[in-house]
Design a protein around this ligand. Structure first.
Ligand code: CP
Length: 311
């Protein structure tokens, strides 16, 4: 297929064909990553700027690794060590760095829409690495990539997303991505962590507050990180209560299908939203998700940069 988008700002609006194209391209890079020397010259001469205005372990590392595996030059940038501290605006910062001839910008920012704002103002392609509670598209793609290895097709499969739906960009990208690929989706969590406008925004997504009622019918369960920084803001009574109602425990997983796929974007609060026995158990694809992250990000960089793949 012919790719027509300059940027990857979200999974909203991408077609099934486009998502499949990225996932299939990522499969080719999985093969590259399995080689003794996991390196291809596809983006030689290109420069990728990684701008992380929020903390990140997985996304920042895997974007840097993906660009290096494609032979691109990678420039890292963090808020703490930049002139942002001196009051420089986001746009001035990006324009300053772009004038040094950057081909692509990967940006994580706390403001929803930050990646779009930049993309509309610079020539380099932009990849959204998480913008506030809006979207985290490469996370959605790596979730699909890891789950696809277990399920093959998403048509008619049931994805249950559990946790803080209101504040989760991971949940939003999962909803767009998995529903486009044919899955049915139910979100689950305390009513205070599901936005009041959710049903209007996502009329085809189910809402449930009782996790136990969903277990038997789920093909995939995505546990979200409980954002502990929100504790004390009245959104859930206590961690003990949350754990009792929403933790994916060894007891709960016994009530699910034997081959249910368990996902978590990380970082995990072990023992709060997921028990270690489940996180490290046979249903879990948590580490496969991290591994898929490198291949998926290689695919996205490669597609947006218009790279040449040699074998
Ligand atoms: N899943 C995810 O985005 O993790 P990081 O915040 O570590 O990048």
């Amino acid at each position: 297929m012919t790719w027509t988008h300059k940027n990857l700002l979200g999974l909203e609006g991408l077609s099934r064909e486009e998502i499949t194209f990225i996932l299939d391209t990522a499969e080719r890079f999985h093969e590259v990553l399995d080689r003794p020397i996991p390196l291809v010259p596809a983006l030689r001469g290109k420069t990728i700027l990684n701008m992380f205005y929020e903390p990140s372990t997985r996304t920042a590392t895997s974007f840097a690794m993906a660009a290096k595996r494609l032979s691109a030059d990678v420039v890292g940038f963090s808020k703490a060590s930049s002139s942002v501290k001196k009051g420089e605006t986001l746009l001035d910062t990006v324009r300053t760095i772009e004038s040094m001839r950057v081909d692509g910008v990967v940006i994580r920012h706390s403001c929803p829409g930050a990646a779009r704002f930049i993309a509309q103002r610079i020539d380099a392609f932009v990849i959204n690495a998480g913008d506030g509670a809006h979207e985290h598209p490469t996370q959605g793609l790596l979730d699909l990539s890891a789950a696809r290895k277990r399920l093959e097709s998403f048509e008619g499969r049931h994805l249950v997303v559990v946790g803080d739906i209101t504040h989760s960009r991971v949940a939003r990208s999962a909803i767009y991505g998995f529903s486009t690929m044919g899955a049915e989706i139910t979100v689950c969590g305390p009513a205070t962590l599901i936005p009041p406008h959710f049903k209007k925004a996502f009329p085809n997504v189910g809402i449930e507050t009782d996790f136990d009622r969903l277990l038997a019918d789920a093909d995939m369960i995505m546990m979200l990180r409980l954002q502990l920084e929100r504790q004390g803001k009245g959104l859930f009574p206590s961690i003990r209560e949350y754990r009792k109602l929403y933790c994916l425990t060894a007891e709960r997983i016994k009530k699910a299908k034997p081959d249910v796929v368990v996902m978590h974007p990380g970082p995990m609060n072990r023992g709060i939203e997921i028990e270690p026995a489940v996180a490290d158990g046979p249903n879990s694809v948590v580490l496969a998700q991290v591994r898929a992250g490198v291949a998926v990000r290689m695919a996205v960089l490669y597609i947006l940069a218009g790279g040449e793949l040699e074998h």
